[in-house]
Design a binder for this molecule. Structure first.
Ligand code: CA
Length: 237
């Protein structure tokens, strides 16, 4: 039994029906949008768990849908597009899409990527000590709102920085290897020209670590990164 809500954004009726039927037969709830503006309004009203997005839409480009969605939501976005050029894929992924499938696509592959994206989401959102808020010294992550605060001031993170931070915070105290980061953040589609993980870590550190505090993210050279587990000052592990 599946309770995930999927938003299907596709102006081509045949493709939309195919995806809708596939979701129906696999017990996913879904809503359908035929344009970019409809996609944005439905994602705000239905709060779906995942978006399947076509790029060639009649009103605004799918890339703009990704950009707008990422200002308030970290939900996985799987692009299903006829555009097969590397530059289109890179742009979509850089703007915050999680995965990219080229038309014509196999429904089995779409389902597998959907499961993978939802698994990653579950991993990132897995309830640990507190399912909605992470607090560590001056750093606070409000998972439900997708907001990050340092000393009470909201800071702006890119979608990738946010996912990276959530991954480390949800696993505070554990070393997260480079491979796991690649798999969890970029899934099956790592842009070839994407900066190295250490570049993302460096900018993330600049944003969340204040000069006077201890380093929150520790580097394990050749292995990965570890977020300090805090709460020592109030008696927790
Ligand atoms: Ca289209």
């Amino acid at each position: 039994m599946n309770k995930n809500m999927v938003l299907v954004v596709e102006d081509d009726k045949a493709v939309r029906n195919l995806i809708a039927l596939t979701l129906d037969t696999h017990d996913y709830k879904h809503v359908e949008a035929q344009s970019g503006t409809e996609a944005i309004s439905l994602s705000l009203s239905y709060r779906p768990d995942l978006m399947i997005l076509d790029l060639g839409l009649p009103d605004i480009d799918g890339i703009d849908v990704i950009r707008k969605t990422r200002t308030w939501s970290a939900m996985p976005i799987i692009v299903v597009s006829a555009r097969s050029d590397d530059r289109d894929k890179i742009q979509a992924l850089d703007e915050g899409a999680d995965d990219y499938l080229t038309k014509p696509f196999s429904v089995d592959e779409l389902l597998a990527r959907l499961r993978a994206a939802l698994r990653r989401l579950q991993y990132i959102q897995a309830p640990d000590q507190d399912p909605t808020v992470y607090q560590s010294g001056s750093l606070k992550i409000d998972y439900a709102a997708g907001c990050v605060y340092v000393d009470g001031n909201e800071i702006h993170l890119t979608p990738i920085e946010y996912k990276l931070l959530c991954l480390l915070a949800k696993n505070a105290g554990k070393v997260i290897t480079h491979n796991l980061i690649l798999k969890e953040i970029w899934g099956n589609a790592i842009p070839a020209d994407s900066p190295a993980i250490r570049v993302y870590i460096a900018t993330l550190r600049k944003k969340i670590e204040t000069p006077m505090k201890m380093q929150l993210i520790q580097t394990r050279p050749g292995i990965g990164y570890r977020m300090l587990k805090t709460g020592d000052d109030n008696g927790e592990e």
